[in-house]
Every structure is written in C-alpha cells, then in structure tokens.
Ligand binder design. Structure first.
Ligand code: AMP
Length: 283
C-alpha cells in the first residue's frame, strides 16, 4: 500500500494508474476508521481497480466551539485497517499541503441546500466541506468518489458541486452502516459513555417508529415528530432537528404526497456527543 502526503505524489500515483486504464475510486475520510468507512471501501472495490482513501481532519469544517481539537486521530490503526482492506493508496496531507499559509481570496457559497439540517445548525460547515472536497477532487482526480448516506446533506451538496463545477467524476452513495443495536456507526461514537451508549440507539428507533406511522397513511407528520422528540428528550437527548425533508432541495415538508421519496433526518446531542441519522423512505 502506498502512503503519500504531497500533491505531486498522489497525482503521479493516480495518473500512472489511469494511463494503464485502471479505474480509481476515491474515499475521502477524516480517519478514526470504522465499519461505515469499510462499507464505502468495499463498495468502491466493486466499481474500481484501485482505491485511494484520504485521511484528513479538515479544520475548515469545524466551528470555533466544535471538537476539532479532540476529534479522534488514530492514524496508525487506520493505516493497518487500510492494509487489511487492500486499499491501494492512502493520502494523508498536512494542513500545510491542503491550505498553505498564503492569504486566501476565494470561498464557496451554497444556496438553499445549506438552509436546514446540519447546514442550518452549523454555520460554515458545508462551506468548509465543499472547499476541502473541491480541492481533494482537483488534487486526486479520481474516476469515482464514494460518500455515505449517513451524511446525506453532504452527499447532496457534493453532488450539486460536481454538477455545477463540472468535476469529471462519478459520485456513488453507500448505505448507512449500523451497529447491531441500530446506532449508525460514527467516529464520534467514541465520545459516548457506557450509559450514553445504551441510550443512543433510541434515536434510530424513534425515527423508525415515525416512518412506520407515516407508512400507515399519516401525511401530516408534525405532531408525530414532536411527540417522538419529546420521547427522546425524556431519555436525555437534546434535539437539534427531527424532521422530514425533500430529497433534492432539503426543504422541510409538512404535507407528504403518496409515492414521493423523502428523507427523515435527525440530529441530537447525548451529553457532548452530536449524533446524526436519517432514513430515506417512500410515502
Ligand atoms: P467522516 O470520516 O466522518 O468524514 O466520513 C467519511 C465518509 O464515511 C463520509 O462519506 C461519511 O458519510 C461516511 N460514513 C461515516 N459513517 C458512516 C456509516 N455509518 N455508514 C456509511 N457511511 C458512513
């Protein structure tokens, strides 16, 4: 497995592969790799000959009060994980490589898609993600890139960015990987105490219950969703959002239409850990 940290090295690796007609799939991550990342790598293997995983904790997507400093960094274990999964190349750029120290004159603005869910709650978050992914796509220049449904808004923002900025690659979305108890796998689950770990799966359970009620024919889910949030609060969650949104523009939907596909998305704090999850469903 190659481990490279500079732009010229990763470009040369990818270019040489593509000259040999090898298809390159790219899986961007912030490290602390887990089963969710693994499913992205496995999906990437089905569509490409060579997998590039990047490991980079992007400072631009963390707010001043967020966990950039304490975000889990487990590089040695991550490299071991990638070797075991037959990853071809790991790209581990430094902040210096990604951003340098020069004054910056450009930033990315995002309309509509950024108004709700994490975009509404975390100012600058998706601008920071769009910036780093835009740069990573230009640096790596893969044929395919794989992202998780776990961060559906991120997927949608990047899909639009690829379309509007004409990135020459295909995007693929991998389904959400969960623990046996239903909790969506996340690097941030490492922050949960034992007690919190026992409560955390309730978020997905309440989401499943909501979708089941909607499937019974409930087309105006507002009071159902607020009841579910109260249930979560009673167990110690602090809700951020828990709502149904349109799939394309990520706008809240108060009246559902039969046969349409929607996303029920939620974010909640358990102690200091922010959990997010979603379910895509047809009404
Ligand atoms: P992160 O390292 O958290 O930035 O995540 C890197 C990629 O892994 C993103 O595309 C995430 O959506 C994806 N991902 C994280 N957790 C999961 C999960 N539980 N299931 C599927 N994909 C995931």
């Amino acid at each position: 497995m190659n481990v490279v940290s500079t732009i010229s090295e990763i470009r040369s690796v990818v270019k040489q592969l593509q000259l040999k007609e090898q298809k390159v799939a790219f899986v961007p991550t912030m490290g602390a790799l887990h089963g969710g990342h693994l499913s992205l790598i496995q999906l990437a293997k089905k569509v490409a000959d060579h997998i590039v995983v990047s490991i980079y904790v992007n400072p631009e997507q963390f707010g001043p009060a967020e966990d950039f400093g304490s975000y889990p960094r487990t590089l040695e274990r991550d490299l071991e994980f990638c070797i075991q999964e037959n990853v071809g190349t790991v790209f581990t750029p430094s902040d210096e490589v990604m951003y340098g120290n020069e004054e910056k004159f450009f930033r990315i603005e995002i309309d509509v898609l950024n108004e709700h869910l994490d975009g509404g709650s975390r100012p600058g978050y998706f601008q920071g993600i769009a910036l780093v992914v835009n740069k990573l796509f230009n640096i790596v220049q893969p044929d395919v890139a794989v992202f998780g449904q776990k961060d559906y808004q991120q997927f949608q923002v990047i899909q639009e960015m690829v379309n509007e900025f004409n990135h020459d690659l295909e995007l693929i979305m991998a389904p959400i990987e969960r623990a046996e108890d239903g909790l969506a796998l996340s690097s941030r689950n490492a922050y949960l105490s034992e007690t919190e770990k026992a409560i955390a799966p309730l978020l997905f359970k309440k989401m499943q219950e909501s979708v089941a009620e909607i499937h019974k024919g409930l087309l105006k889910p507002e009071s159902l969703l607020s009841r579910k949030q109260k249930d979560l609060e009673a167990k110690g969650f602090k809700n951020d959002y828990f709502n149904v949104y349109s799939m394309d523009r990520l706008q809240p939907v108060s009246k559902l239409s039969k046969k349409e596909t929607y996303i029920l998305a939620a974010a909640a704090y358990l102690g200091k850990t922010r959990l997010i999850d979603n379910i895509i469903f047809e009404c």
